[in-house]
Design a protein around this ligand. Structure first.
Ligand code: APR
Length: 233
């Protein structure tokens, strides 16, 4: 049986924008309304736990009313003809809800909580509101299953493996502003084509490979990328 070509897809908040979820660094993005140091650092969780929990409760409540968009569905549909792995910086579950079966979350998952002392103890959350008093069996208070700034990224090595084995890399909806995630684009093998889908100006300075930039929103851009990929592979 012929081996299916391997596609790695690296996504960020922009792919969920057309599903109604805010990005971080667009002009009306989350970081225009909140300070990172107030809601997305271990110090914030220790100093002002209710504010951090409320921030992620609001994100979770928005997610419950969001639906995958045509770009998510196009990616899921490509699994028929390609061995497709998604590495996402997003903590939403829209890729999975669209039907993608291999999704690695670099920065955690909004619909899960974790022990504050054992990062491997993870539990799904029902609904959108975390009970701030709920504890893990180890006795620690639960926290959002999110990688905060300044914390290590446990899935990064797995993500590098996926990208380094790919026959083609698609990068969609990420400003490529946050490390180590953004450095993933430098892990593709020499000569492997890179397709970038973004209506804005992501930082593609690390991309050393042949690059095709599709300056369109994700849903429209993904349809074009799917056609292009079939021509290339
Ligand atoms: N379709 C495709 N791309 C879009 C769309 C759209 N409809 N709308 C915006 N974009 C692009 C923007 O041009 C930008 O390049 O999506 C990107 C969003 O960038 P960020 O807001 O910085 O989001 P992201 O790259 O995912 O941030 C990375 O930063 O705050 C941390 O942990 C957080 O995972 C996040 C990380």
């Amino acid at each position: 049986m012929e081996r299916k070509p391997k596609i790695a897809v690296f996504t960020g908040a922009g792919v969920s924008a057309e599903s109604g979820l805010s990005t971080f660094r667009d002009s009306d993005g989350l970081w225009a309304h909140y300070r990172i140091e107030d809601v997305c650092t271990p110090e914030a969780l220790a100093r002002n736990r209710p504010t951090v929990i409320e921030f992620y409760n609001l994100r979770r409540r928005e997610l419950l009313s969001a639906r995958p968009n045509a770009g998510h569905s196009a990616l899921a549909g490509m699994e028929e003809d390609f061995h497709l792995d998604i590495v996402t910086q997003n903590i939403d579950d829209l890729h999975e809800r669209a039907g993608s079966s291999r999704v690695v979350h670099l920065h955690g998952e909004l619909r899960k909580l974790q022990s504050t002392i054992d990062r491997n103890w993870i539990v799904p959350i029902e609904g959108w509101e975390q009970n701030p008093e709920e504890r893990a069996p180890d006795g620690s208070l639960l926290r959002p299953f999110v990688v905060f700034f300044g914390e290590s990224v446990p899935m990064f090595d797995r993500a590098c493996e996926i990208v380094s084995r790919a026959d083609l890399l698609i990068v969609a909806g990420t400003s490529l502003a946050v490390y180590p995630a953004a450095s993933l684009v430098s892990y593709v093998k020499v000569g492997i084509p890179v397709v970038v889908i973004d209506p804005g100006d992501p930082d593609i300075s690390l991309v050393r490979n042949p690059i095709t930039l599709i300056r369109k929103p994700f849903a429209e851009g993904m349809a074009r990328a799917a056609r292009l990929v079939r021509e290339i592979l």
